[in-house]
Write a protein that binds this ligand. Structure first.
Ligand SMILES: [Zn+2]
Ligand SMILES: [Zn+2]
Length: 474
């Protein structure tokens, strides 16, 4: 077997170009496909013409990468995630009435994480999702969509049963065969309607062709994997439960990585390629943005930050609203730019994210600025409030509170002080265990904004706090 050549900077991507001058290989990750009318690409590092390696463009087939799938879950992020889930599973039986919401939460998180693995591997990203991504609010609904798939399948079978036994058997066989394809579609498109569409499922199966059956075979073997190791144990100790959960999680992550890679390998047949590489349909503007991002990354990896900064800046001047460019530019500024420049751009970047309702990402940007400049505070009170809300949803109560204190003194004309102070009260009571302070903020709202709709909420909330503290005191 000949060793496949990979991109110098993305070791999972096959090489498409070679630069004689730098002795480097690049995948189409680093050299986006050139739209019509443009010259052939030159090496971004040395400006020499490059040699096209031909249509050896295709990724290695998934059956040659089995080792990589088995190694995929053996990474800090995925192992930590599994450990956290196992701990939650252990604590659950002792939580009384919380057991139901906790187990739903656990299933939501596990489903989401599995589908996230499929999605990220399908885009050529082999880093498992981080703990923060796993527990962030977006995508939690995927579990219910997955349940929805089974419901739709059940209802369909029920109605088909009127048409005779062979129709039902045929449909059931198709559903069983289509299950991985349906999961792969759900992971990529996040919609129930696409994942239960039989035409779409049949399309995915036929686009992959016979290897789909091979994938299916591997998945069945892997599905039985944990049972092979554990066997039929009679005694069930807690250590045993932990070990089997760990194994179960491990094997399902291996399966997900394999399904994700299958999507990656067949991306052009499946029509999923557009987001990942240059397609004929790419506009000139998209191409220039892609190129700036790709070149910028290579320069960064080469330690040539000045050039990375220059390229990104030029691209941003053409298209200020491109979030990927904004993100890259911010990252580069974070490395070495003076504080003032970082603040000036960071605030614009946060505003762009908030216009798009991507407040959680804006909050991450804020935290990075704060990490570098302890005293930093956004200048606009409305932004402080939105960032604080996003931070509190991320479970960062202390950071959220830091944004909200003293708003009534700093910005006496700010309209949303009651909302902001109610948020402070909640954070103090629920996250900081400080009901006394929380009560003071509630009193402030009730006293200064008696007719505001938040005043009623403040009164209700105060009652809750007081009744809770009287029951714990008793
Ligand atoms: Zn070169
Ligand atoms: Zn690359």
């Amino acid at each position: 077997m000949t060793e496949a050549v990979h991109c110098q900077y993305h070791t999972n991507n096959p090489a498409v170009w070679h630069c004689e001058g730098c002795q480097k290989h690049y995948g189409d990750c680093c050299v986006p496909a050139v739209p019509e009318g443009y010259d052939e690409p030159v090496c971004m590092l040395c400006n020499q013409e490059m040699q096209y390696l031909g249509a050896a463009h295709s990724a290695e087939p998934f059956w040659l990468k089995i080792n990589d799938f088995f190694l995929y879950p053996v990474r800090v992020a995925s192992l930590t995630f599994l450990a956290v889930c196992i701990v939650i599973g252990f604590v659950m039986p002792y939580t009384g009435p919380l057991i139901l919401p906790l187990s739903i939460l656990l299933m939501c998180v596990l489903t989401k994480y599995s589908l996230q693995i499929i999605e990220s591997v399908s885009m050529g990203d082999w880093e498992p999702p981080s703990l923060e991504e796993a527990f962030s609010a977006d995508g939690m609904s995927l579990f219910f969509k997955q349940i929805g798939i089974f419901l739709v399948a059940g209802v369909a079978l029920y109605f088909l049963s009127n048409l005779g036994v062979f129709v039902v058997l045929g449909a059931a066989a198709f559903m069983l065969l289509g299950l991985p394809a349906s999961m792969m579609i759900l992971a990529r498109e996040h919609t129930l309607s696409a994942a239960v569409n039989p035409i779409k499922i049949a399309f995915v199966i036929s686009a992959i062709g016979w290897p789909y059956l091979l994938l299916y075979f591997f998945l069945i073997v892997l599905y039985g994997g944990p049972g092979y190791f554990i066997g039929g144990q009679e005694e069930v100790s807690s250590l045993f439960t932990a070990a089997s959960s760990l194994l179960g999680g491990y094997f399902s992550f291996v399966m997900c990585a394999m399904m994700g890679y299958c999507l990656y390998q067949y991306q052009s047949e499946l029509g999923y390629a557009a987001e990942m590489e240059g397609e004929e349909g790419m506009t000139e503007e998209e191409y220039r943005n892609q190129k700036a991002l790709a070149d910028g990354l290579v320069f960064m990896r080469e330690g040539r930050e000045e050039e990375a900064l220059k390229i990104t800046k030029q691209a941003l001047e053409r298209d200020r609203s491109n979030i990927q460019l904004n993100k890259r530019f911010f990252k580069l500024l974070l490395l070495s730019a003076p504080d003032q420049a970082l603040i000036k751009f960071g605030e614009k970047y946060m505003q762009r994210l908030m216009i798009l309702r991507r407040d959680h990402e804006a909050a991450d940007v804020y935290l990075e600025m704060k990490g570098r400049m302890k005293a930093y505070m956004p200048a606009v009170p409305g932004e402080r409030y939105r960032l604080a809300e996003a931070l509190s949803q991320k479970g960062k109560a202390r950071e959220a509170l830091g944004l909200l204190f003293n708003l009534h003194k700093l910005f006496p004309d700010y309209q949303q002080i009651p909302e902001a102070y109610l948020l402070i009260a909640r954070l103090l009571s629920e996250n900081m265990n400080n009901d006394d302070q929380a009560g003071k903020y509630l009193d402030f709202i009730i006293k200064h904004y008696p007719d505001h709709r938040m005043a009623k909420e403040a009164r209700d909330y105060k009652q809750v706090i007081e009744s809770l503290s009287s029951t714990t005191a008793a």
